[in-house]
Design a protein around this ligand. Structure first.
Ligand code: KG4
Ligand code: ZN
Length: 325
């Protein structure tokens, strides 16, 4: 079995995965959303302190598995440095005391492997990764061959939902709040320009859209918020689908997937399904409970890395907050 730790942002999570069956044996996550909600976003130092409290509590519940553990996996990149360090410190201590190796896992690969938790799927695939820190299109051939082919020039998709929610004082994380509010709204009431629509670039940009919402909300009243949320979501998703459509012209998809916290957005899932129809491409999605940050996905990558002896020595392991894939 492998014990995996995730602490890259505001979720403290530990999982235990069986190496042979690749099945999840234990999984727990303590989210800090409530604590950060009052600030309208994640406060790194507060997040770090909350991880220091939550991780040992969860670990207590895993003690009965210790004798069966063959490795400890931990997210080392990307994320907030002060929170990554909490997980890495615990992972190193466990490796030393149990005398087992460490597997350093990239969080983005974790999101991609969320597709394999309690589900069967396979590579190659084109992945749309939408989270609080990333908006990327990734061509995945196998674990060691993942190429980012498009990314955001500024804010990420999930971040733009968080900022729009904050603007209207609706709370954090903004994604689920805005998606819910948008269901009651008229998405055509406030037409918003799609970012980079005249540009041939396959790239994303969300800062302009955020400003468009700011201008609209200046004049708006609370009764208008559902319409603002719906109009914003239409443009945010429309931007993704417009750029993907352009990308598909030269790279027609056969197998597509959406991963990351914002992949839980059902409006986005529906629009991507429509986009894929002409290509008859297969769409893979993670279980909703594994879309946002969790240690189960870190453990799932770690199983593949364990089989390939991809260990990191305790002297060399380091956090890499800014590393991408
Ligand atoms: O993957 P994740 O849990 O953490 C990061 O690695 O960033 O993603 C969290 C992000 C937040 O920005 C959150 O607002 C967004 O995903 N999110 C959503 C939805 N659910 C979560 N964005 C849009 N619609 C949603 N339903
Ligand atoms: Zn994430």
């Amino acid at each position: 079995m492998i014990l995996a730790i995730e602490s890259s942002c505001d979720d403290s999570s530990i999982s235990i995965t069986d190496i042979k069956t690749k099945k999840l044996v234990y999984h727990k996550k303590i989210s800090q959303e409530l604590e950060h909600s009052v600030y309208g976003g994640v406060v790194p130092e507060l997040a770090s302190r909350l991880h220091a409290e939550a991780l040992p509590k969860i670990l207590q519940e895993c003690k009965s598995y210790f004798s069966e553990l063959k490795a400890i996996a931990v997210t080392t990149a990307p994320g907030l440095n002060v929170t990554l360090v909490e997980g890495v410190t615990m992972a190193k201590a466990l490796c030393l005391s149990l005398n087992i190796p460490l597997i350093a896992v990239n969080h983005l690969k974790g999101h991609i492997y969320s597709l394999f938790i309690e589900k069967e799927t396979s590579f190659p695939m084109t992945v749309l990764l939408v989270s609080g820190g990333h908006t990327q299109v990734i061509e995945v051939t196998r674990l060691e061959d993942m190429k980012m082919v498009a990314t955001t020039m500024d804010d990420s998709f999930g971040e733009s939902f968080d900022k729009v929610s904050k603007m209207m004082d609706l709370g954090y994380p903004g994604g689920p709040i805005i998606e819910k509010l948008a269901k009651e709204g008229n998405e055509d009431r406030y037409p918003m320009p799609l970012p980079l629509s005249q540009s041939p670039l396959i790239a994303f940009s969300y800062s302009g859209l955020k400003n468009a919402v700011r201008l609209v909300s200046l004049e708006a009243e609370e009764a208008d918020y559902p319409d603002i949320a719906a109009s914003f979501q239409k443009a945010a998703v429309g931007h993704l689908t417009q750029k993907l459509k352009k990308y598909f012209k030269t790279n027609p998809p056969k197998h597509f997937s959406i991963v990351g916290g914002a992949s839980a957005n059902l409006y986005l899932r529906e629009k991507i399904e429509i986009l894929l129809k002409p290509y008859a491409a297969k769409l893979s999605l993670a279980e909703l409970k594994y879309c946002s940050d969790n240690a189960a996905m870190i453990g799932r990558v770690a199983i593949e890395m364990f089989e390939k002896d991809m260990f990191t020595s305790l002297d060399e392991v380091k956090t890499e907050p800014r590393t991408s894939l």
